[in-house]
Design a protein around this ligand. Structure first.
Ligand code: GDP
Ligand code: MG
Length: 426
């Protein structure tokens, strides 16, 4: 079985939490895109963990974790993340962590570029992209310019250090244009020596490993970062990430373009949240926003930034489900809505008096207004519910309404951050 777990919305849907839960049925978990701009929070019997680069399966002893060629890896960050998990008692070795030789290395100067450009944009236009400032866009740009370094190069640093001076000279042309101090080759050599060498033992051809695992009947899960609306092609460009967050990219980004997905599970939030800038049509403001943000604890796991919030957005979610080719849905954070007498849903948008119910092009989206409809809330704690029968009628009706509006089956409903706080609907 080859299953992809991906975000339906703007990210932070609770993918880490669902991967942690569902990975019990899988032998392998692969991350296939993005870098340490991801923030997956997982709470289980071993503690509370925030994962940025490592696949969420790392918290299960019998799961092998793969970081695929579609990823961009900040070496220092990964060393730190491994260290922190080890301190928390998690065992990590080449037996349970395999990093693709084709994965791209995020360089310290990519982080610098990200900061320089966000600051320039802020000054020039007052409208930065809302980047996490972790070098993700610049390193993906380098990848497509064919100027990036790959993890496999850590296995032969002699060759790597031969390539280094010209790439640094090229990069410094940009850095100098921003008025910053150029980067030195020696600093980069030291960086590879300190943070690259300890990771070399994990580097392998993940395509060979995954094909073998598949042939041997192992269950493989592909874990996405962010959501459909942050995809570089299908999201709210330019307020997106710089990688493909969609399920169809999973086999490519993991190292197995020859394999086809068995199914795609979409993680969808019972309301909306959006970190960073960009159009967010269903957005709540003022007290309404503060209440929902407080109830949902909506502060970024990677950055601590307060997330923008709003009610469930049917237009955006339906589009997200289509982009992800989701066969079934895990609806998360339903418990967060427990304190509402009435719950709003953004059923469609309007533009110049016309109804919009297909997610529009970004420029059009900016002009759209949300239309909210109200349904009856359940107004009681559902965090202890574990079966469909435990759910109050209004909560069950809310789930069924979303299912109908989005035309996709909701298989799991999460009612808490802990591993067992969920309901299997069928
Ligand atoms: P990800 O990026 O999609 O993995 O999601 P994040 O970890 O960034 O954000 C989800 C947050 O909600 C985390 O703090 C989770 O611990 C928490 N969470 C996940 N599922 C639930 C749920 O069903 N109920 C509540 N109350 N919290 C949840
Ligand atoms: Mg997150």
């Amino acid at each position: 079985m080859l299953t992809s777990i991906c975000g339906i919305n703007w990210g932070d849907e609770g993918k880490g939490r669902m991967v942690d839960l569902l990975s019990r049925d899988f032998d392998v978990v692969c991350r296939y895109q993005g870098g340490n701009n991801a923030g997956h929070t997982v709470i289980n019997e071993r503690g509370r963990f925030i994962l940025n680069l490592l696949p969420s399966g790392i918290l299960r002893e019998d799961v092998v974790n793969v970081m695929g060629p579609g990823m961009v890896i900040d070496l220092k960050h990964l060393c730190g993340e491994i260290e922190k998990l080890r301190e928390g008692g998690i065992k990590i070795s080449p037996a349970n962590l395999k990093i693709s030789d084709k994965a791209i290395i995020t360089m310290p100067y990519n982080v610098l570029q990200d900061i320089m450009e966000e600051d320039r944009l802020t000054k020039a236009t007052g409208k930065p992209y809302g980047s996490t400032r972790r070098g993700i866009a610049p390193v993906y740009a380098d990848k497509y310019m064919k100027k990036a370094f790959r993890m496999g190069e850590l296995l032969n640093t002699e060759l790597l250090y031969k390539r280094l001076p010209d790439i640094i000279a090229w990069k410094n042309m940009t850095i100098k244009a921003y008025g910053f101090e150029p980067v030195k080759v020696e600093e980069m050599v030291e960086y590879f020596e300190t943070y690259g060498k300890p990771l070399a033992e994990y580097v392998t051809d993940t395509g060979i490993y995954l094909n073998e695992a598949n042939k041997n009947g192992k269950n493989i899960m592909f874990e996405a970062q962010l959501g459909a609306l942050r995809d570089i092609d299908y999201g709210i460009v330019p307020y997106t990430s710089s990688s493909s967050t969609i399920a169809a990219y999973a086999p490519i980004g993991a190292g197995v373009p020859n394999l086809k997905l068995t199914n795609s599970i979409g993680i969808m939030k019972a309301y909306s949240s959006c970190v960073g800038a960009g159009p967010f049509t269903c957005e709540y403001f003022d007290e309404k926003a503060e209440k929902l943000r407080g109830l949902g604890g909506e502060y970024g796991a990677a950055t601590g930034r307060p997330r923008r919030v709003g009610p469930f957005d049917v237009v955006a979610s339906r589009y997200g489900i289509r982009c992800q080719g989701a066969d079934e849905i895990a609806l998360t954070k339903l418990d967060v809505l427990s304190e509402y007498e009435e719950i709003e849903i953004c059923t469609h948008y309007t533009l110049d008096g016309k109804i919009i119910d297909e997610f529009p092009f970004t420029d059009v989206l900016d002009e759209c207004k949300p239309v909210f409809e109200k349904v009856k809330g359940w107004n009681c704690d559902i965090s202890k519910c574990r079966t469909v029968k435990d759910l109050p009628k209004e909560a069950y009706d809310y789930i069924k309404l979303l299912e109908k509006l989005c035309n996709c089956k909701i298989k799991y409903v999460s009612v808490g951050a802990e591993r067992d706080a969920y309901i299997k609907m069928y």
